[in-house]
Design a protein around this ligand. Sequence first.
Ligand code: ASP
Length: 307
Amino acid sequence: MQTRKYSPKLIVHGGAWNIPAAYHAAHLAGVRAAVEQTYPHLLDGGSALDAVEMAVQILESDPTFDAGRGAFLNAIGEVELDAIIMDGRSLDFGAVAALQNILHPVSVARKVMELTEHNLLVGAGALDFARQAGFPELLPEALLTERELEFFQQIKGNPGFRTHHPFKEGPGDTVGAVAMDKDGNLAVATSTGGTARKLPGRVGDCPIVGAGAYADNELGAVSATGWGESIMKVLLSKTVCDTFAEQQAMAAARKGIEILARKVNGLGGVIGINTAGEYAWAHNTPYMAMAYWQVDGVVQASIRNNG
Ligand code: ASP
């Protein structure tokens, strides 16, 4: 029996927030590079799961984004990282939360999925697991950028601070990737340093299945970004995946963001791919950095496109 071959798809984001104009070029270059470097592996027959891990690793290494190196600092000036990866074939997923001193939380999340009987490891337990799995443990300074240190000093005394509207301009953002491979399998990964000046131990939407990411070969795959406390309440990624069954891809993404705004006054964005391989994206923040591979082989990158 001949199995159907699909044209591979890849879409990534570098966060939805009020990205300052001075950072637009770096955001666009970062998301474009992640697609350009990862897509050839999909063309060579690589799996969607490998592709989303690879794309997110590239974005975690890029200090432009609030993931891996360049993450926001929490209320005591430390970096705590959250990540998730999910395989649409089996609904298997792995996630880590409040993980410190590791550059690629997405890869630790994958090992949680593949090597343990668990789905989500947090804090000291996650770090211990990462060490045992052979991930290099870095000094805290290795993930810290001068930009985030300055920003921390600037906002730490702000008494009116709230994670919803913490500041006018936010340097750095969550990253995510969604892919479909030649076999039509879907996968997603999302990784973040969370919100600036979060309480130590705070976990956002990113590593919560259905909130920061969801992938199901029978529905589609979605990665979310934005105000995590609200994204969690509406399980934004799963909501958009469910809507793929009823509506066109772009309409489903818009519906998810409409639900986020209407029900919980949330701010954020989503990217996704439905089972037909159609891209979807939407956001209600001023900007969302994103890039995807077009059928004609051109990488399309944008920062202000409300879908
Ligand atoms: N969703 C992330 C969080 O709340 C932040 C972001 O997407 O920028 O942790």
